[in-house]
Design a protein around this ligand. Sequence first.
Ligand SMILES: [Zn+2]
Length: 224
Amino acid sequence: MKTLQQLIQGYQHFLTVYCPKHEDLLAQLSRGQQPQVLLITCSDSRIEPGLIFQTEPGDLFVLRNAGNMVPPYGDRNSAEAGTIEFAILGLKVHDIVVMGHTQCGAVRALLQLDNVRTQLPCLCQYLAMSARVPALIGARSQEADAERQFRLAVYQNVLVQLDNLLTHPAVASAVERGQVALHGWVYHIETGAIDAYHHSTGQFLPLQQAPFEPVHSEWPLKLT
Ligand SMILES: [Zn+2]
């Protein structure tokens, strides 16, 4: 893994090779941004959106935190709420993708809140916004082993965040008017594969095989 010194060397390369080659793009971007997609994903270092989606600067508006969480509407001090509102009303993005991932440490912590509370009190308090995830998967997979529970929780956590998204008036109204479509994805760190939530079957299917079908505002968004 790279040290800060190595990152600075990478920056030197960016500055001397990439920037001169992309002068026109950078000049255009200095006049504003018009990303079409808001990507809400985890802070995990193994998620590299620019690499995964082969994007250039200006392509993606990204909101990241541990566990790709979206607090339910209500706290006006929430950075997530302000960022989402700006993406919809300011940038007028067309799509919002919540992308969780396998082996997510935040989701693992969510399944063991009582065990990690002393060590990581701030994280635990913040993860409580998704406290219904363990109950949702526990209720439907009591026989499953811990790793299976963990995997299910990653998927269920994405659905809970989509549900939380719809509590935000800017999101609900844009979805209602057909201006914004919501998508729930899970990225597999092991392979690079992505599964997409398919609303009409209630299942996650491989992104490349799944019919393109945004999530609409009908609860429950439960795994089936
Ligand atoms: Zn994560």
